[in-house]
Design a protein around this ligand. Structure first.
Ligand SMILES: Cc1ncc(COP(=O)(O)O)c(C=O)c1O
Length: 432
């Protein structure tokens, strides 16, 4: 099916990327558990290796099961191509390796996921790629930090875990004016609720481990090329895309692949070299999950709004941050960018700080206490002592993650059961 058609999100999720098996007619996507593919001739083998012909040659670069998922997700995000990776961390890792070299820098919202900050500040810094952290709610700070060596602006649609909503259009204007791509991690919203490319973003990153899988049964990531950044206009900034590639007999990706230069580079070169590819089995699971993403996000959003209202009115709760509440500082941005719902994630704090928070977590029965989110089951975690514990106290505080903050990922169970469990936990938290 043509992914260019103007289908709605649910139709794209169900139909894009896979129709039926061309040889057997099987309607379900096969798991192509193969490392390599039989060449038709020596001539074809040479052409495939020289990028003169498209096709499969080795599953580290591409695999038909994984490709079906990539095409579906790409259609939903509205890009020109998607690279699936073995985790969300691998997605960032591969993207940065595609765009940056030693001496370059990235301007990054300090409210992004702690693991992204650790990767940038502890790993890429050792290879001469530096990070300039700014407050993700203030576009002028991004603009002030951009210099001649900046190769990207990074934000999350909804920040993990502080739940700030990114000023996407303002950031896109700055990115456009200064000649750097706007890179948006869309994990918390998923393409069902927000499609940042429509608001001017150039590259989308996902941890598909989360809502896109929805079952907590795999690790995965993805990079989607918006096809709307003219790399050739800035060939000195992006030589990996706009100058001859010695590892591919001197082809220039922007000349050879036009708007899809980044996508082609990621698939043909970066994942070939770094190797963070997903298995065919994970590609299959992701393809199956994608089909129900729209439905699930609807229920996550509906349940989360009820939970947020419940927490906001509960006497044991200090504060709640959910973009669907009028009290949220960027509720006006949520009304613009998250018209179909704000997803299942929220942050809150219990009166009595860390100790009260601990009691809440220890007294939950239904809600899982674990380091994941976006699962169909409701999950909770204390970021300061877990997901963000690698950051210094100053970095955490600057990102808005205070000691008592709890991150709640509201699932799609019956709402009464989620509220009952929270209620029991809150009672225990406030008991003297
Ligand atoms: C917003 C966001 N981006 C990226 C990642 C990294 O993804 P993964 O755990 O799949 O490597 C996470 C993980 O929690 C995340 O929350």
């Amino acid at each position: 099916m043509s992914d260019q058609k103007n289908y709605g999100m649910s139709t794209k999720a169900l139909h894009c990327g896979w129709k039926c098996d061309p040889t057997t007619g099987a309607s379900a996507l096969p798991i192509y558990a193969t490392s390599a593919y039989q060449f038709k001739s020596t001539e074809q083998a040479t052409k495939l290796f020289n990028l003169e012909e498209g096709g499969y040659l080795y599953s580290r670069l591409s695999n038909p099961t994984v490709c079906a998922f990539e095409e579906g997700l790409n259609a939903m995000e509205g890009g020109v191509g998607c690279l699936a990776t073995s985790s969300g961390q691998a997605a960032f890792n591969h993207l940065i390796c595609a765009l940056c070299s030693s001496g370059d820098n990235l301007v990054v919202s300090r409210q992004v996921y702690g693991g992204t900050l650790t990767l940038l500040q502890n790993v890429f810094s050792r290879f001469g790629i530096s990070t300039k952290l700014v407050d993700g709610n203030h576009p002028c700070q991004f603009e002030a930090a951009i210099d001649d060596n900046t190769r990207g602006i990074i934000t999350e649609t909804i920040g993990n875990p502080v739940m700030n909503v990114a000023p996407l259009e303002a950031l896109a204007k700055i990115a456009n004016r200064t000649g750097v791509p706007l890179i948006v991690d869309n994990t918390f919203a998923s393409p069902t609720l927000c499609r940042p490319i429509e608001w001017g973003a150039n590259v989308i990153v996902h941890s598909t481990t989360k809502y896109i899988s929805g079952n907590g049964n795999l690790l995965g990531g993805a990079v989607i090329d918006g096809g709307n950044f003219d790399w050739s206009k800035f060939s000195n900034k992006f030589p990996t895309l706009a100058k001859p590639d010695p590892a591919y007999h001197g082809i220039t990706f922007t000349e050879h692949f036009g708007k899809s230069a980044l996508y082609a580079k990621l698939h043909a070169a970066i994942i070939r070299d770094l190797g963070g590819c997903p298995s065919a089995f994970d590609g299959y699971l992701l393809h199956v999950s994608l089909a129900t993403l729209t439905l699930r996000m609807e229920k996550h959003s509906k349940n989360a709004l009820e939970v947020a209202k419940f927490l906001e009115s509960h006497p044991a709760v200090e504060w709640v941050s959910y973009p669907g509440l009028d009290s949220h500082p960027q509720a006006y941005l949520a009304k613009e960018y998250l018209k179909d719902g704000c997803g299942g994630m929220m942050a809150f704090s219990v009166k009595g700080g860390v100790e009260a928070g601990r009691k809440l977590l220890d007294n939950l029965e239904l809600i899982g206490h674990m380091a994941n989110l976006g699962d169909s089951r409701t999950l909770i975690i204390h970021p300061a002592s877990t997901t963000h514990s690698q950051l210094s106290t100053e970095q955490r505080m600057a990102a808005g993650i205070d000691d008592g903050l709890l991150r709640l990922s509201v699932g799609i169970e019956d709402i009464k059961d989620i509220l009952e469990d929270l209620s029991t936990g809150l009672d225990a938290a406030t008991k003297k």
